[in-house]
Design a protein. Sequence first.
Length: 508
Amino acid sequence: MTNSSNISRDFASSLVVFLVAIPLCLGIAVASGVPVAMGLISGIVGGIVVGFLAGSPLQVSGPAAGLAVIVFSFVEQYGIAMLGPVLVVAGLLQVLAGFLRIGSWFRAISPAVVHGMLAGIGILIILGQVHVLMGAQPAAGGIENVTAMERTIGRLWGTGLTKEAAALLVGLISLLAMIGWEKFRPKSLTLVPGALIGVAAGTVLTVALQLPIARVEVPASLVDSISLPTMESFRQMVQPGIIVTTLVIAVIASAETLLSAAAVDRMHDGVRTRFNKELFAQGIGNALCGFLGALPITGVIVRSSANIQAGARTRASAILHGVWILGLVALLPQLLGLVPLTALAAVLLVTGWRLISLHHVRHLFDHHGWVPVGIWAATVAMVVVQDLLVGVALGLALSILEVFPHLRRKLAIDRSEDAETVHLTLAGVATCKDVPVLLNMLETLPASRKVRIAGGDLHYLDHTCAETLREWLKRQKKIGRAVEIQHPPAGRHPRLSGIFERLSAEVA
């Protein structure tokens, strides 16, 4: 493909991603309990800075819904001024992790824990944004939002149309417009995002009827919103709660980014992600967001999938979308000031529902049984009832407990080659701890050779390794590589037979 064709595709893709990113930057800032300017600054940094440095050329970064709950609770407890120093340190930890080349280890986290974490976050977002949909302020935790629901609903009733009822009406219309557009939009307008239609519908209704409901507050100048951290705020970083939050943001942002990058790699046939470089780029971006007083950023699958579907070819698309956000905020901030908060709440309700993604639960149950589903459920419950750290820690502990009897045994990978085929023989036991080694072996295979994977000497394969193999096989089928799977003999662990049948089906 010619350079001019790449440029035109990247330019068009950047406009699509820009339209997807704007409502998310605004909405995630609202969900995080901070001024919307912080979300816009993060979107600009995620586009321009991270886009320039990224190890995943087609992934797009920005403020993420998965961290909104953490930020909201942190700001409630420690104040908005402490968020900057936390992001600076978290970003530097990501940079260090990239230099130490531990990016691949994040892919060893059990899919049940990852999807449980995202589902818990999705539930918390929904519980909080239901209040915003009705013109009220959300509480800091899931239980608090449930107990406050009766009070919020009670404000809807009064003499005439209350402003809370008006907010709910606008929010519901925005929600229906967004869902209806995504279900019935014409093929010629496939790339127009539903979130944009929902926000536009709510904004037009609010302005046309001059409804007295809360709208986005945008500063006259983005420069005025930049808040540099002080030495005093850095000195407060020694508090145990702040240290824990810093580590949680660094780990969750890294895991979400790298999992998103792995998903992005499955969507296209171009250059694969360099995970450690991507981790380094995200760290630089988060440190810069900390210095500018913005929100934490991650690689985001919603923006990234829109980028690929729109036909992006290089990182120029992600960079340009950041330029367009900067241009909008600099030249037309009054346009953003017309957007009602309840319309953004509608966008986040859909985002939260998609994070729950019951499809993943069905997949875990159908392919791996009740144990990973139990890990998923326990993670979700603790994220909602306690907090994110407790939920993820419990999920990780349960996933380790699942494979504990097998941890002492190792995975051995024997590799041999002939003129046409690479032979890989898996022996012993493969658990989550073996994922980095397994991936490193698979991703360094010669691109032109057929691959034969023999599991004859394999005695156990946990669901994390099984999902890793399945996703790799799906990518190979997509690019046309021939892969042959040899099953373990009968009489081994009862799950092995079913797993290898599904792996064979992926390349059939």
